[in-house]
Write a protein that binds this ligand. Structure first.
Ligand code: HEC
Length: 127
């Protein structure tokens, strides 16, 4: 009886622990939830109001397939990195005047770092 009990506890724990396998990608911090209302992150996912961000690091701004960007974004010539993304997210309108992302900006540097860390995990191929 004791063995049966511990076995069923083990099974319950195992099934609870395997739950995250059903969720898509890494856990999303609250600071990145706002981004996910307009952006998808995974390979091959459809764009939403904003472009799909898969592979965004190292990519030239305005070049994700299947999304129609503003001329300002297409002509910016920016290559996305931790530095350029952090500057853009801090104040999107000032960094690329005329771009169409309706997002006021994230002034808190710690929150931006958290979002960037999540973006790396969510938009780069898993190892
Ligand atoms: C209200 C919708 C909305 C929200 C919220 C939003 N975005 Fe965007 N984002 C857009 C749109 C639309 C564009 C395209 C802008 C353009 O073409 O001028 C864009 C562009 C971008 C780009 C450039 C992509 C490329 O392919 O060049 C990045 C990177 C980005 N957003 C990241 C973020 C992150 C990170 C957040 C959260 C902090 C966020 N966005 C929040 C709508 C949004």
């Amino acid at each position: 009886m004791k063995i049966f009990f511990s076995l069923s506890v083990f099974c319950m724990t195992a099934s609870v622990m395997s739950l995250p396998a059903f969720a898509d990608g890494p856990a999303m911090p609250n600071s990145a939830r706002i981004c996910s209302t307009c952006h998808s992150f995974g390979a091959g996912e459809a764009p939403k109001t904003g472009p799909n961000l898969y592979g965004v690091f190292g990519r030239t701004a305005g070049t994700s397939e299947g999304f129609t960007y503003s001329t300002a974004m297409q002509n910016s010539g920016i290559v996305w990195s931790d530095e350029t993304l952090s500057a853009y997210l801090e104040n999107p309108r000032a960094y690329i005047p005329g771009n169409q992302m309706s997002y006021a900006g994230m002034r808190n540097p710690r929150q931006r770092a958290e979002v960037l860390e999540y973006l790396h995990a969510a938009t780069e191929p898993a190892e």
